[in-house]
Design a protein around this ligand. Structure first.
Ligand code: C2O
Ligand code: CU
Ligand code: CU
Length: 526
């Protein structure tokens, strides 16, 4: 096989399995959820960050709000009866401090790395950027969904060690949406996010204000993250049988935390609520429902409001995706409603008895989402998603367009132009693909003949194209790319020129080559 640290490790992993090395090390005893009292902790709402004052912005034209957010170790109770869990996060909570921003009002944030030198989760030094010798506890912060200049976007290789900090500039020149921020450090992103590095970043604007949606106490963020939690309450991250190559292709926890709590409860009034969901899990997809059959009225997706509410009884949400929903509890006075993920319960919602005036609205139309015509696209890029297996069929790594991170930039869209990106998923799994900087629309999905494409490089569609689901028909920044199918998105490259990344948001994949740079260039450079 080809050279390079990663391949060597991956090949070694394959050979290990061939040679019948000892099986995967047994996981330590996990927390027994069956024996845990449910619904004893109220759902926490992450605190909102406060600016420390004002500072000159990078263009040196104005003083803008300035925040300082430390990335540090702390212990937090995920449940009344579980000992405090060690986390590494933003401020003192998981999710971290919420950033509240207004469209068009820029801010500066200094992100300070105050972590201990030694990582508490297992680093695989064969992965790109995670070589022995680089500081273990390095970090870099990315605002997911933010239209941010390249030097403030959290380029994975711009990560830095404890004791250092970086001040990033967020212009917030974009429509109201629920964004989020998380770690993006090269080669250990999955470990840093698993350790707790995720928080919310809300952008509001006057258009949204004018809709009179439920707000204040009636707008509740719900951040979902699953973790493997040991019996002693600590986070566990699994490893392979090879101590020198511990990377595993997926991470699924036994415990789903909502805003950092396990099986919390939420007291609500019998009225409308706006629930703002984020899937901040490393790799788990959720299929959410309410046990009484009440629908979610979905009003928004990753990058803001839909054109009209869409009723969904089961809400699918992939890692990195957001869903903005309104639920009216007026008909359920005095009842208990369970939030479920498929068959398992995540949270109890307790609806109060007394009636209360509800001045909020669920408008029939929300915000126009002008459809980008396919004819506007100046080109279509066909980009495969592919898995390289070891000799026993375990994935060693996943590649985008057959390329690794360090290969030269191949996607160079011109600023201001529109392109179609057609993802051809040759694997058996769905991968949520995310592009930094931009927002896009989903055109369609269509089954393909995988072996014809893999072995003969022939693209043969085997079914009709299916348009995006109604609740995906808004502005997106992350798209579920279905297995054995083509998924097409249409993107206008707006904002800035420079280097950004696109990647799979299953963090184990992202850390192991399922991430590529892309560069937005000026027309003249073409
Ligand atoms: Cu959620 Cu590269 O990001
Ligand atoms: Cu992002
Ligand atoms: Cu993936």
């Amino acid at each position: 096989m080809i050279g390079g640290g990663l391949i060597t490790a991956a090949a070694r992993r394959g050979i290990a399995q061939m040679a019948h090395l000892p099986p995967m090390p047994p996981a330590p005893r996990q927390l027994d959820l069956e024996r845990l009292a449910p619904f004893v902790d109220p759902l926490p709402i992450p605190a909102v960050a406060k600016p420390l004052g004002k500072r000159l912005n990078p263009s040196r034209r104005s003083q803008v709000p300035f925040y300082k957010i430390p990335i540090q170790e702390f212990f937090s109770k995920i449940h009344r009866d579980v000992p405090p869990t060690r986390f590494w996060g933003y401020g003192n909570s998981v999710p971290g401090l919420t950033i509240e921003a207004r469209s068009g009002e820029e801010i500066l944030i200094e992100w300070l790395n105050r972590l201990p030198a030694k990582h508490f989760l297992p680093i695989d030094h064969n992965l790109m950027g995670a070589e022995t010798g680089v500081p273990e506890s390095r970090i870099v912060v990315h605002v997911h969904g933010g239209r941010v200049p390249p030097d403030s976007d959290g380029w994975p290789e711009a990560c830095y060690a404890p004791g250092k900090s970086a001040t990033y500039h967020y212009p917030n020149r974009q429509e109201a949406a629920l964004l989020w921020y998380h770690d993006h450090a090269m080669g250990i992103n999955r470990l840093n996010v698993c350790a707790g590095m995720a928080g919310l970043y809300v952008i509001r604007d006057s258009f949204e204000d004018g809709l009179n949606l439920p707000k204040g106490d009636y707008e509740i963020p719900l951040v979902l993250m699953d973790r493997m939690i040991r019996a002693d309450g600590q986070i566990y991250y699994p490893v392979t049988q090879l101590p020198e190559a511990p990377w595993v292709p997926e991470y699924f926890g036994n415990a789903v935390l909502i805003n950092g709590k396990l099986l919390p409860y939420l007291d609500v009034q019998p009225r409308k609520y706006r629930l703002r969901l984020l899937n901040a899990s490393n790799g788990r997809f959720y299929f959410l429902s309410l046990d009484n059959g009440a629908p979610f009225q979905q009003i928004g997706t990753d990058q803001g409001l839909l054109s009209a509410p869409v009723a969904v009884s089961q809400l699918a949400i992939a890692p990195g995706e957001r869903a903005d929903v309104v639920v009216d509890f007026a008909a359920y006075r005095g009842q208990r409603v369970l939030l479920k993920n498929l068959a398992s319960t995540l949270m109890e919602i307790r609806v109060a008895q007394e009636r209360l005036a509800d001045p909020s609205a669920l408008p029939q139309t929300l915000r126009p989402v002008p459809k980008i015509a396919e004819a506007e696209a100046i080109r279509t890029r066909k980009l495969s998603l592919q898995e390289l297996d070891n000799l026993v069929g375990e994935p060693m790594t996943h590649l985008l367009d057959g390329k690794r991170w360090h290969e030269p930039v191949s996607e160079k869209p011109v600023l201001g132009t529109t392109e179609i990106w057609e993802f051809l998923n040759l694997t058996d799994d769905a991968h949520p693909i995310h592009l930094h900087l931009v927002r896009f629309q989903i055109l369609d999905r269509r089954n393909i003949d995988v072996s014809a494409y893999t072995y003969e490089n022939k693209l043969r569609y085997t079914a009709d194209a299916v348009p995006a689901d109604p609740n995906e028909a808004g502005w997106k920044d992350t798209v579920r790319v279905s297995p054995g199918a083509s998924t097409r998105i249409i993107v206008k490259f707006e904002g800035y020129t420079g280097r950004y990344v696109w990647h799979c948001h299953i963090l184990e994949h992202e850390d192991n080559e399922m991430m590529r740079p892309y560069e937005i260039i000026h027309a003249a450079k073409r």
